[in-house]
Design a protein around this ligand. Structure first.
Ligand SMILES: [Zn+2]
Length: 328
C-alpha cells in the first residue's frame, strides 16, 4: 500500500471502506479528512489547507476505491478544510451547506490577502520566539505554528478558490450501494458545521466541532450552539469520532470539549463580574485537565478566553439594560 502513504497524513482504517486521514505533526494537511466508500461513490470529507497534501488525499482516495466516482464534502468554511478543493478534477462535485459556500466566498479573498501580507513576517517572528523559548510544550506549539504558516505560504502562489457546486440546507442522506451516509447540519464552531455520520458503523466525522487533546477554536462561533451540537451527537451513541484536529477519539472526548467550553465561559464571566480588564485575559493560566492540551497555532487558549470575555461582557450589559428597562 505504498501508494496510500503521504508525509502529510496517516491513513487510519476505521471499518471496511472507511478511513480517517489524520494530519501528521510537521506535515501540511493541518486538519483531518475522511475517505468513505459508499459502494458506488467515494466521499472525501474535507480537503486540507495545502494543495500538496490535497493531491495526496486525492491519490489515496483513487487508490483505495479506483472504480468509484469521487464526491467532496466541505464540513465548514475555514480555510484549513477547503483549500484543497481545487486539486480535485472539475467533474468532481463539491457539496456543502449554502451557509458554508457563502462563508468561503466571503472570507477567503480577505484572508488570502491578509496571509500574503502578514504571514512572511509571522514566520520570522515565530522563529525568533522559538530561538529564545526553553519550555518544550511552548516550543512544540511554536514549531507547529511555523509549519502551519509554511503550509499556507507554499500553496498561496497557486491558490484559486474553488467553491462547492452543490449546496443544501438541513441534513442530506446518501443511500450508497454499500452503506448509508448522513450529513447532519449542526453549528457552534461556525454558523454551519456538517458532520458525516455512518449509522451502521457508529462512526462520525466531526469536522471542527470536535478537537481531541487540543484546544478547540471557539472564536467567531457560538458556545451555546456548540454545546447543543455536542449533546445531539452524544445521543447518536457513536463509538468512533474523527475530530477536525487531533487523533481519532471516543465518546468521552465530546464531554471534554463541552467541559472546556463551560470552564472557559465561567472563567470569563467571573473576570467580568470582578471588573477585570481585557488585558488580564493573557495572564490566565490554562486550567486542568486542559493544561496538557496543545494548539496547532500558538495562543488559541488566550484567543478563546478573550472571545468569551467579550461575549460575557455583552451578556452582562444586556442583563443590566434589561434590569434598567423593567425597573422604569
Ligand atoms: Zn474550523
Amino acid at each position: 500500500m505504498s501508494n496510500a502513504k503521504s508525509r502529510h497524513f496517516q491513513l487510519q482504517r476505521l471499518a471496511d471502506g472507511v478511513y480517517a486521514a489524520v494530519a501528521s505533526e510537521g506535515g501540511y494537511a493541518i486538519c483531518n479528512a475522511g475517505i468513505v466508500d459508499t459502494g458506488d461513490r467515494t466521499i472525501v470529507f474535507d480537503t486540507f489547507i495545502s494543495l500538496n497534501a490535497a493531491k495526496d488525499l486525492l491519490r489515496v482516495a483513487k487508490r483505495l476505491t479506483p472504480q468509484n466516482v469521487i464526491r467532496v464534502v466541505n464540513s465548514h468554511y475555514h480555510s484549513d478544510h477547503v483549500r484543497g478543493n481545487q486539486v480535485f478534477p472539475p467533474d468532481v462535485d463539491i457539496l456543502s451547506t449554502a451557509t458554508t459556500l457563502e462563508g468561503i466566498a466571503h472570507e477567503e479573498p480577505e484572508e488570502i490577502e491578509w496571509e500574503r501580507e502578514d504571514i512572511p513576517k509571522a514566520i520570522v517572528d515565530t522563529k525568533s520566539k522559538l530561538r529564545l523559548e526553553k519550555d518544550p510544550k511552548r516550543r512544540r506549539e511554536l514549531v507547529l505554528s511555523i509549519v502551519y504558516y509554511e503550509a499556507i505560504m507554499k500553496s498561496l502562489p497557486k491558490l484559486k478558490t474553488r467553491l462547492p457546486n452543490i449546496t443544501f440546507e438541513g441534513d442530506l442522506m446518501m443511500h450508497g450501494t454499500r452503506r448509508q451516509v448522513e450529513l447532519l447540519s449542526l453549528s457552534g464552531h461556525t454558523a454551519s458545521d456538517l458532520v458525516l455520520y455512518l449509522p451502521d458503523e457508529k462512526i462520525v466525522f466531526m469536522g471542527d466541532l470536535l478537537f481531541v487533546n487540543m484546544h478547540p477554536y471557539l472564536v467567531g462561533g457560538s458556545p451555546e450552539r456548540w454545546r447543543k451540537s455536542l449533546r445531539k451527537i452524544g445521543k447518536l451513541e457513536v463509538q468512533t469520532l474523527v475530530p477536525g484536529h487531533g487523533p481519532v477519539g471516543k465518546p468521552s472526548d465530546l464531554s471534554l470539549v463541552d467541559q472546556y467550553i463551560q470552564t472557559l465561559e465561567s472563567i470569563a464571566r467571573n473576570m467580568v463580574k470582578m471588573g477585570k480588564s481585557p488585558e488580564a485575559v493573557s495572564l490566565q493560566p490554562v486550567p486542568p485537565p486542559f493544561d496538557n492540551w496543545y494548539s496547532s497555532l500558538e495562543g488559541i487558549f488566550a484567543m478563546n478566553l478573550d472571545f468569551l470575555y467579550k461575549y460575557a461582557n455583552q451578556e452582562a450589559q444586556r442583563a443590566h439594560w434589561t434590569a434598567e428597562l423593567t425597573s422604569t
